[in-house]
Each structure stands twice: as structure tokens, then as C-alpha cells.
Design a protein around this ligand. Sequence first.
Ligand code: ADP
Ligand code: MG
Length: 435
Amino acid sequence: MNGSAALLKCTGIRKAFPKPDGGELLVLEGMDLEIHEGEIIGLLGRSGSGKSTLLRLIAGLAEPSAGELSYLGQPIYGPAPGIAMVFQSFALFPWLTVYENVALGLEAQRMPKAEIRKRSLAAIDLIGLDGFESAYPRELSGGMRQRVGFARALVVHPNILLMDEPFSALDVLTAETLRTDFLDLWSEGRMPIKGVVLVTHNIEEAVLMCDRILVFGSNPGRILSEIKVALPQPRNRLDPSFRDQVERIYVEMTARPTGSAAVGRQERFPGLGIGSVLPPVSSNAQAGLIEAVAAPPFNGKADLPEIASDLQMEIDELFPVAETLQMMRFAELEGGDLKITDDGLAFAHADQDERKRIFRRHLLAYVPLAAHIRRVLDERTSHSARKTRFIDELEDFMGEEDAEHTLRAVVHWGRYAEAFAYDDGNEVFSLENPS
Ligand code: ADP
Ligand code: MG
């Protein structure tokens, strides 16, 4: 496997998008990666870390701002014939049958009709859609539709199959069946492909399917680490060595950033200044996680993978809540564990009024934007201030959208804490509580 020439090579990839205000949004920086024959590579990261953007660059659907991409030693300019993609949602044509949807991929290639027919039927067969050739997408379940998505990508006999969260829109059981079927076909060498790039935000899925996992960090998207998964296939989620791998990745993904690569991230999180982007995590979600971890069997300290499976939360849901608790000093994140602080425990055991008091104290102490709003309201004789006053300030640090989201988060927290009130109709903050 290793030592063979790279199927695909990315060097120094950078991607930035222009922003309406003339600046640029840096999405990917310093990306280096290689894909070798016989490998399934996972791109694992939280939403917004640039995974889909990288996949689109590899697919030739977009161009990097800097850096080089090559496929079998040739630079990639535009879609390469040997690279095919499976998307998260089943982008099927509703007016075409399963067979016609699959055959479509070949019709652009000016192939003899008989050959198109042979290959399409083979792909349909391979992926378990035999008997459904003349069905329309609306007649199929989500899992079957995604199988059509796979067949449509495989029918062109690509060297590299790119998959962008292909299982994430399916229910748990259907997703697992499809993963297992895919892995069986792959292990038996029955698919006409040489390498796979799988984008996912699901840690277990990455450990289940991939030979190598590239863990993405955000802001800007970059590779934090590369993890080889040497477990033999088929893998068992309950196997201790499988659990170890999952645990290790949780640790990687929650480690405090250090060094220069972390600067961008620190600025946004965990909330060092007024210019920090605040996550849309409700006070309820915070209380829920504090309660869950404070209670038995965790008793104040829990392993993130365990909470995730206990509460059935995906990392995109769990991490923002855990990080908010950390920012509010209700919990500490360390080595893949979430440990509730003394104040967090006090919160868990308090009644509603006491909870609000504790929350207010932490909000004003650890969220500078909340303290700032409160100070402005205290100092003004009217004890009120327009929303735009704060939006303008925030926009010195972040984009329009982030400023809106950040203000929305702080409004929600301020209301719960009864630290200030906000009139949504007039867009005015005030000290008076209307209730
Ligand atoms: P992921 O797939 O990891 O969730 P994406 O690659 O979709 O992340 O997006 C990464 C970031 O790039 C996001 O902040 C997103 O808003 C931004 N982005 C993606 N595509 C575009 C685009 N065409 N124009 C501007 N911003 C974009
Ligand atoms: Mg994506």
C-alpha cells in the first residue's frame, strides 16, 4: 500500500473566498495530503472546517487559491474523468428511473449503448438495487436512494471515489447497513475503484471505515493530525482497541491549541475578548450537559465518547456545548474528558433561582460581551441601548453573519440570567425586565 505512487497529491493547498466587504474568508491553509492505491482516507472534522471545500477542489469543481493538486502525476484543472463523487443528499433526477439515473453518468461519455447498459446494470446489481431498475426515486427509501447515488458514481469506474458525508442523512440502522455493504464490496475488491476519500464528522464512522484519518481543525481549516487505523476489517465497534482509537481522536479534537497554528482558533474560542464568536448553545443545552455529567454514573467527570453515546449526540452537537461550558467555567475539557467544576456542580444541585444567579455571575465574569452590554446599560441614564450599537462593534472583529449569531447567543444567555432584557421588535437592550 505505502510506497506505491500517489493516486492523488495535494501540496500547500490554500483556499479563500472573497467576502462582500472586500476581505477574504480563509477556509483552508497549508493542506498537504496524498492518497495511495488501496486506501480509504477519512477527512474528519467539525462542520465548517473546510472538508467539503477540499473535496470540491479534488473533484475539480473549484480551484485552490494557492498550492497544487495532482491526480496520477497530472495537475488537476477541472473535473478529472477518474474521480467521482457521492453526495450527502441523493441528488437524483425524480423523473428518471433508477436505471436512467445511473446510466446518465455514462451517456456524456459517448459510449456504445450496449456497453452503457452492461455497465449500468452491473453497478445496480453490485450495490444491491437489483429488481429496482425501473423504479422512480420517489418509490425508494432513503437508503435505496443513496445506493443509487453510489451506483451512479461507480458506473464510471472511477479510480478515486470521493464521498461527502454519504451516510449522515440516513437513519442509524440504514447507515450501518450501507457502511457494512460498502466495506464488504471494498474488501472483496469488487468495486472498480482504487482509493476512497470519505468526509465525515462522525468519529466512530471514521474509525470503522478508514485506513488513515486526517483530523481537521477549524478557522482556518487545516490538518491537525494524521491517525493510522491499523485494525483489521471487519472492525467491531465494541472491541477495546476500537474504543481506544475513538478515545484518542476525541482527545485530539478537544486538545487546547498551542503554537502559531492555533492563533486563529484562539481568537474565536474559547472566548478571550469581546470579539469572540459565540456559539448558538442554549442555556438549556448547557444545563442538560451539566446535569448529565454531574449525575451517576459519571459523578462529575465523563469521557466524551461515553457521553456522546449515552446522550446520542454527534460531535457537532456535543463539542459546542462542552466548549461553552468550558468558556463559562462550568466544566474543564482535558484529554477527552469533561470535568464539571465546583460551580458547575453547585449549579446542578441548585433550584431555578439559584441557577440563574450562578449563571449570571459566570456570564458577566467570563463572557466579555455580556459584561460590556451590561456596563453600557448601567452607565446610561436611559438604561437602554440599540442593537446596532453592539453589532457595529462586533463587526470590527467578525463578519455580519457571525455578529448576528453572536448577539443572538448573548441575548439568549442574558435573558436566562436576567442580566439584561432585549426587545426584539424594537431591537433595543434594556435593564428593565418586561416580565
Ligand atoms: P465542512 O464541509 O467541513 O462543513 P465547508 O467546506 O462546507 O465545511 O465550509 C468551510 C467554510 O467555507 C464555511 O465557513 C463555509 O461557510 C465557507 N464556504 C464554503 N463554500 C463557500 C463559498 N462558495 N463561498 C463562500 N464561503 C464558502
Ligand atoms: Mg461539508
